[in-house]
Design a protein around this ligand. Structure first.
Ligand code: CP
Ligand code: NVA
Length: 306
């Protein structure tokens, strides 16, 4: 029997599989536009569990399943026995008897790993407090659409060293691009993620200032300063003053290369992590990035389920 193919993190997958998924995403995007619409997941069912809000992840996985011939059952945690104390392990075993794959967005990375440990169908990470790998597949696809092979490019990340930053670090190791990360000391990505990247010969550099990160970069990326599972929201400590110096604005973009692109996984908070003119300016590719979630999700589903 074929081993179960989970999509848990970019760091858990090899470059060959990741590249195959990107190829497939590109191919499916082109074919859909040419009205060539294969249905490899005919009658298959994906269960989605969202412990946190979502627009892009929810809709892109749902539409991806439908366009590939399958169906989605959305499970709100409050409507499941999981919300009343049934174990993750039992939930995983039971769902595996009904559906062909499970996608989960959770506040707790360990819960996703637990689900995968006990599921006998593929589990897909739809964002945790630690990482957001399905977004990164769309992001790498978007960089390559605009700028060619990402291995020849430099990406600058500025702001909070959050779940997106961690997945960018994983991607830098797997896809071979240079990544410069600028965060205030308190907001640096977890040391173990940086250590993992360095142990995998990744060209990842943590720098102190925004200017060091963006100078001559090909792609400038940021994300919200306050993530959904941010501990600061729970404790009421949402002072983001230290992040002000890391806002992406027109001045920062002039330091990057002339043809540099601006990316953001969205939702985007204009006037905070990015200025309005950059968010809505000619270098911004955020809506291409959002669209590519659909094509990348199809490729992930196909890789996991066929
Ligand atoms: N980028 C992203 O994951 O968006 P949602 O939170 O809307 O799914
Ligand atoms: N870092 C953000 C990403 C949202 C898609 C969060 O976790 O809220």
């Amino acid at each position: 029997m074929k081993p179960v193919r989970h999509f848990l993190d970019i760091s858990e997958l090899g470059e060959r599989d990741l590249r195959a998924m990107l190829e497939s995403a590109r191919d499916l995007k082109r074919r859909w536009r040419e009205n060539d619409r294969p249905r490899p997941l005919l009658d298959m069912v994906l269960a989605t569990i969202f412990e946190k809000p979502s627009t892009r992840t929810r809709v892109s996985f749902d539409v991806a399943m439908r366009q590939l011939g399958g169906h989605v059952i959305n499970l709100a945690p409050g409507d499941m026995q999981l919300g009343r104390g049934e174990s993750v392990a039992d939930t995983a075993r039971v769902l595996s008897r009904y559906v062909d794959a499970i996608m989960i967005r959770t506040t707790d990375h360990a819960k996703m790993l637990d689900l995968a440990r006990h599921a006998t169908v593929p589990v897909i990470n739809g964002l945790t407090d630690r990482t957001h790998p399905s977004q990164l597949m769309a992001d790498v696809m978007t960089v390559e659409e605009h700028l060619g092979p990402i291995s020849e490019r430099t990406v600058a990340w500025a702001g909070d060293g959050n779940n997106m930053a961690c997945s960018w670090i994983h991607a830098a190791a797997r896809f071979g691009f240079e990544l410069r990360i600028a965060c205030p000391p308190r907001y640096r990505p977890p040391e173990e993620v940086i250590d993992w990247a360095l142990a995998h010969d990744a060209r990842v550099h943590v720098v102190d200032t925004l200017d060091e990160a963006v100078r001559n970069a090909d792609c400038v990326v940021t994300d919200t300063w306050v993530s959904m599972s941010d501990e600061r929201v729970r404790t009421g400590d949402v002072d983001t003053t230290a992040l002000e110096a890391f806002r992406i604005d027109a001045r920062a973009m002039t330091l990057a290369r002339n043809n540099a692109i601006f990316m953001h996984c969205m939702p985007m908070y204009r006037g905070r992590e990015v200025s309005v003119d950059v968010a809505d300016g000619p270098q911004s590719v955020v809506f291409d990035e959002a669209e590519n979630r659909l094509h990348a999700q199809k490729a992930i589903l196909g890789w996991c389920m066929t």
